[in-house]
Write a protein that binds this ligand. Sequence first.
Ligand SMILES: *Cc1c(COP(=O)(O)O)cnc(C)c1O
Length: 384
Amino acid sequence: MIPYGRQDISQEDVDAVVDVLGSDYLTQGPRVPMFEQALCDSSDARFATVMNSATSALHVACLALDVGPGDEVWTSPITFVASANCALYCGASVGFVDIDPQTGNMSVDALEERLIAAERDGRLPKVVIPVHLGGNPCDMPAIHRLARRYGFSVIEDASHAIGGSYADGRVGSCRYSDITVFSFHPVKIVTTAEGGAALTNSEDLAEKIRLLHTHGITRDEDRMQGPSQGLWYYEQIALGFNYRMTELQAALGLTQLKRLDDFVSARHVLARRYDEMIDPLPVSPLRRNVDCYSGLHLYVIQIDDELGDCRAEVFARLRASGIGVNVHYIPVHTQPFYARLGFSTGDYPAAENYYRRAISLPMYHTLSSEEQDQVVSALRHALP
Ligand SMILES: *Cc1c(COP(=O)(O)O)cnc(C)c1O
């Protein structure tokens, strides 16, 4: 089976992790801050806090922005459930903004329409979480303008987009957002097994994120409520979590990150090749913004509307011929848990139409051109 995504672990990665096992610190040692610094350097953000997952990073990011009961957080329905769940963890409610069918990203027009209505009803969101689907950056300058106009904060869910760029800067630089979150799950672009990060340029947000990801405990005397009672002393000043990343993971992240730009450029070679090869077929790839640079975590195709409801058959035929295709994503609002919160099928028609036609083809930088030929040939035969 050719999988839809997979990690690439080099001997240098292995050696880095084994070194940690023989060192003094398995957690809370020197490699975690080194990895954080490397992330800041590679994405032009001032502060980074690494964590045990992107889900944790999204949770803490919402808390740092004071999301709580009575607040609304809006995201795209075409994302992994974690982009919406983070708001529920904080006791807030979730809203969705329908997608632009060309890119699969949150539609800025739909966002503006919803904001106009929400302002009228006095229910503006506290935070909006755009998701860079497949790594292709959302229209962040436009979202940033709306954030200023309507007074909400922005968390970029860049789980797919590390190594990508906007027209004028790296994803992760937070030039259009308050906080950006990366994921280092093995199917993503660089991996730490499980892992994630929250990046920001705000010192205040960075301090809150850091505090909350480790129990709400501080050893910084300036932040303590009372005087320090000695060198052992720490104070818990907020209710935080244990969301820390281990030294083993940070060591792996450090060596993986060195290859980030190579990984992403190899994905671009593959994507351009897919674009050409599928051009004669009744499918189309998601549009990548030409003035941006995608992280290209995913290569999603949409089956042409005229072929009707055939995705399940095409998908089954591809799997049967050894192609590990996948679907990204089942619209979050149609999940049974979200249906219980009052959402229903029909709420976000563009997302639902996208879902009916979507298939993710294998995309990872060690995919060979022979394997790619095999994928496209299987696709040709699988289509009706
Ligand atoms: C993978 C993913 C997450 C969650 O990442 P974890 O590191 O597995 O917690 C969140 N959002 C999106 C869009 C993702 O693809």
